[in-house]
Design a protein around this ligand. Structure first.
Ligand SMILES: [Zn+2]
Length: 252
């Protein structure tokens, strides 16, 4: 049986001389892995090889178990073309796509996450290197950090950020030392940190930002970088490996 959806391509792998295996994130379906037969032929049924971040209506065979769907139609539109003009923004988009692919499961719908991902790609595509208000990195992180927090929320693993996960003491600006532990899935206070082997130290400013969206939206590049580092540590622990594209975002 055929299914229809609207989707963004989040990953492509060459399968043969003429075909690709493509991962989509669909509004109604969630993650879809499909074979796109003949996509690399001169007369591709998809208007050319399928590109990551292309978006549009798709038709595909209903997925069964671990088997790949077969993509029968995809009207690809390059609506996030701006991403290609800013390498840093593009790398950030690849990181978001990798996390989306790694943390969601096939055929598990997340319509709000789909919209959030599209908005992230849209606004990241509009970033320009010469932006006067923000450097490219701060601009990207100001979009990437909320996307990643939204992703954790949607997959049901949002960390505890308003109190110590161990002794339950409420976080306040009085805390001199703040730690984040992935195994505890949240903040750990100074009195409890010795019990947790895996952890990163956060500055109190970062912990305050994580608890207040207003502070977060006005955060500077240094603060955002510290949050991103903590999130990458967390994703590395969750996935048991560092996200492949993280180093292109962190090392700048
Ligand atoms: Zn504690």
């Amino acid at each position: 049986m055929l299914k229809k959806d609207e989707a963004v391509c989040i990953r492509t792998i060459d399968y043969s001389e003429t075909s690709q295996i493509v991962t989509f994130f669909g509004r109604a379906t969630g993650k879809i892995r499909a074979i796109a037969k003949g996509s690399k032929r001169p007369k591709s049924p998809f208007g050319g090889p399928i590109e990551t971040f292309s978006c549009g209506p798709i038709v595909f065979t209903e997925p069964r178990g671990q088997k790949l769907s077969v993509l029968t139609e995809f009207e690809q539109r390059n609506i996030f073309a701006g991403l290609r003009s800013n390498l840093f923004a593009l790398n950030g988009a690849f990181l978001a796509a990798e996390l989306l692919s790694s943390l969601t499961i096939d055929s598990d719908p997340h319509p709000q996450l789909y919209e959030g991902f599209k908005q992230f790609l849209q606004s990241t595509g509009h970033l320009t290197v010469s932006s006067e208000q923000m450097t490219s990195k701060a601009g990207l992180l100001a979009r990437l950090v909320p996307f990643q927090l939204n992703l954790l929320q949607e997959v049901g693993t949002f960390p505890v950020l308003d109190h110590c996960t161990n002794c339950k003491r409420i976080f306040s600006n009085e805390w001199r030392e703040v730690y984040f532990s992935s195994s505890a899935n949240g903040l750990v206070c100074r009195d409890c940190e010795a019990s947790f082997v895996d952890k990163v130290k956060l500055s109190p400013k970062v912990a305050a930002c994580l608890n207040d969206s207003k502070l977060m939206s006005g955060a500077d590049e240094k603060t955002l970088s510290e949050i991103e580092n903590a999130l990458i540590y967390h994703f590395t622990e969750i996935l048991h490996r560092p996200p492949k594209t993280a180093r292109y975002v962190l090392n700048r």
